[in-house]
Design a protein around this ligand. Structure first.
Ligand code: COA
Length: 220
């Protein structure tokens, strides 16, 4: 199916929040950070978080829409450094959305395990610092609604960033979950490292991510 890939807006946030939460809920980390929160609360919090990304001029937030039903079925975020000369094409945010964008964590449900959250952010930052330069693009998020996975939504969202990267001759870095790994290998990413978040002292085990890089295809 030919999914429509378009820049997301503030109005799309509830659906994007739902897709983000529902696709990531099998991951241990969410339950570890928000041990008592329920599904509606975390979907709503993820929707608040979308505003931070919409407000960032180096983040390109995309939605994939099923043309038959009109429903949003996928959500992707690309980081493209300003130096590469591409800015997102999105309308301004409402006052409320701007408030959320400034500090979404202030609206996080409680209790929140800030130690695990900070360790997770630090793990991502460490990998990014060690493996990327200021000219690299990054795939910050790729999620498909669970009921629509395996039907090409992820591929459609990837295509936009891959085309930009090849045109600009930019590398693309990402941190892959086990679910995303086969897809990224198929489109040219290679494993460069691993990063593990150890939550054992909090009674939650470990979550491992594969750090991957894709080199641009040479210009013919
Ligand atoms: C990873 C993810 C975004 C893929 O999206 P998707 O819409 O299912 O991807 P596609 O339908 O375009 O699948 C493309 C390829 O991925 C692989 N793939 C997709 N679903 C898969 C599954 N359930 N099991 C194994 N491989 C799968 C296949 O190799 C497929 O290739 P094919 O076209 O030759 O069959 C989706 O599974 C997801 O949201 N997972 C949970 C969140 C997550 O882990 N995101 C990745 C963060 S790095």
């Amino acid at each position: 199916m030919a999914y429509q890939i378009e820049y997301a807006t503030e109005q799309d946030a509830p659906e994007l929040g739902l897709i983000n939460y529902d696709s990531c809920k099998p991951r241990m980390i969410l339950g570890a950070i928000f041990p008592e929160s329920n599904q509606p609360t975390l979907r709503a919090y993820k929707a608040i978080h979308v505003m931070k990304h919409l407000a960032n001029p180096e983040t390109h937030v995309f939605k994939a829409t099923d043309p038959t039903s009109g429903a949003i079925v996928g959500y992707g975020r690309w980081h493209i450094p300003a130096v590469l000369g591409i800015t997102p094409n999105v309308p301004g945010l409402s006052e409320q959305a701007q408030t959320y964008a400034k500090d979404p964590v202030a609206f996080a449900p409680e209790p929140m395990n800030r130690e695990i959250y900070t360790a997770f952010r630090a793990m991502l930052e460490d990998g990014r610092k060690r493996h990327t330069t200021e000219k690299d693009m990054m795939l910050d998020l790729l999620v498909t609604l669970p009921s629509c996975q395996g039907r090409g939504v992820g591929t459609a969202l990837l295509r936009w960033g891959i085309e930009v990267a090849d045109r600009l001759q930019a590398r693309i870095y990402l941190e892959s979950t086990p679910e995303g790994y086969p897809l990224y290998v198929k489109y040219g990413w290679k494993k460069i490292d691993e990063a593990t978040l150890d939550m054992e002292q909090h009674g939650h085990g470990k979550d491992t991510f594969v750090l991957m890089m894709r080199d641009p295809l040479p210009v013919s």
